[in-house]
Design a protein around this ligand. Structure first.
Ligand code: SD4
Length: 335
């Protein structure tokens, strides 16, 4: 009898939980994900991207508008204007933009222009090419009417001069989120990978960065390489990466995440698979290094995973509801 009552009770609770879960699913379906992006500061970028969508822009317009937010921020030391220079004191920018029709535009080692993402879009729209680098990229940007701007801010120059004293090159895990200030403030920054899904289901993706601080002159990371730092496939989804680009490039990281999604894995499982593959492949070589993947399914589902704790991402829904979430990670700590 008692057992029957408690079983009935348990069934009742189970039914309530099921109802609550389906209500949560229904509300998520009613308010689908619009924009996701890497790191805490992605939240501000997502806001700008969503505003562009709501103003009638396309998903491509949205990711460009979002990426421009950190690019213009002089206190952001890993994207655009405020980016830390290479070891010779030159700020060089990498960016890429992709849409559902297989259109891709990218720039690498771009100098003297703040909005690398807009140059990338112009490469996509005005040239037969997918990637322009260095001096040619800058010349193209200026020819297209973009403004020449000195990129090395006094603050970035001071950090570089400080670095020159020891000139010890060592990528620091999660440096993007370790600057002072509360999470999500304009002081917490990184490379941005930004993925958008319109209410009509269309996808677009962008990524922009100044790359690893104090990198070798000429070094290009994963970010501007299609299939490494960013990838998108119609009907499947999109993925972006952040962290030590060499580790992502080795495995064509975001192409791998999207391929896993094409094969039926959820965005979360696909990000986990790629991170675990890096760990298996590289063993001790990736000790203390951070790599994070963020993925958006064509149905609006989201996944993220990193080698180390500390990677965060911002999720913004079509209503404007937004949150910054911590990604799960393979390892519990850098050691
Ligand atoms: C790079 N992946 O240039 C970029 C840097 C980055 O978080 O994402 N940092 O390797």
């Amino acid at each position: 009898m008692n057992e029957a009552i408690s079983r009935r009770g348990a069934l009742g609770l189970g039914a309530a939980a099921t109802l609550a879960a389906s209500a949560a699913r229904a509300s998520v379906a009613a308010d689908p994900v619009a924009i996701v992006s890497t790191w805490d500061f992605g939240k501000a970028a997502n806001e700008a991207a969503l505003a562009r969508l709501k103003a009638g822009g396309t998903v491509l317009d949205a990711v460009e508008a979002g990426a421009k937010v950190p690019e213009a921020d002089p206190t952001n030391h890993s994207v655009g204007y405020g980016g830390y220079p290479d070891r010779d004191g030159h700020v060089t920018l990498d960016a890429i933009i992709m849409d559902e029709d297989g259109r891709v535009g990218a720039v690498a080692a771009l100098e003297d222009v703040v909005h690398a993402i807009s140059v990338a879009r112009l490469v996509m729209e005005k040239t037969p090419h997918t990637l322009l680098v260095g001096e040619g990229a800058t010349r193209f940007a200026l020819d297209q009417g973009m403004k020449r701007t000195k990129l090395l801010t006094p603050e970035a120059e001071q950090a570089w001069r400080e670095w020159l004293k020891t000139a010890h090159y060592q990528p620091v895990a999660n440096i993007e989120n370790q600057l002072p200030g509360p999470p999500g403030s304009s002081l917490n920054h990184d490379t941005i990978g930004i993925l958008a899904r319109g209410l009509d289901g269309h996808l677009a993706a962008a990524c922009t960065t100044s790359g690893m601080a104090f990198k070798m002159r000429g070094r290009v990371g994963d970010s501007p390489q299609a299939g490494a730092g960013l990838f998108l496939e119609k009907g499947v989804g999109a993925a972006a990466s952040t962290g030590v680009g060499e580790e992502v490039t080795r495995i064509a990281g975001t192409a791998r995440v999207v391929a896993s999604m094409r094969a039926g894995l959820s965005p979360q499982a696909a990000c986990e698979e790629a991170v675990k593959h890096i760990a298996r492949l590289r063993g001790a070589a990736i000790k203390g290094l951070q790599v994070g993947f963020l993925a958006l399914g064509h149905d609006g589902s989201v996944g993220a995973y990193a080698l180390l704790p500390g990677f965060t991402y911002a999720v913004t829904r079509h209503s404007g509801a937004a949150e910054v979430l911590p990604s799960a990670s393979l390892f519990a700590q850098p050691g």
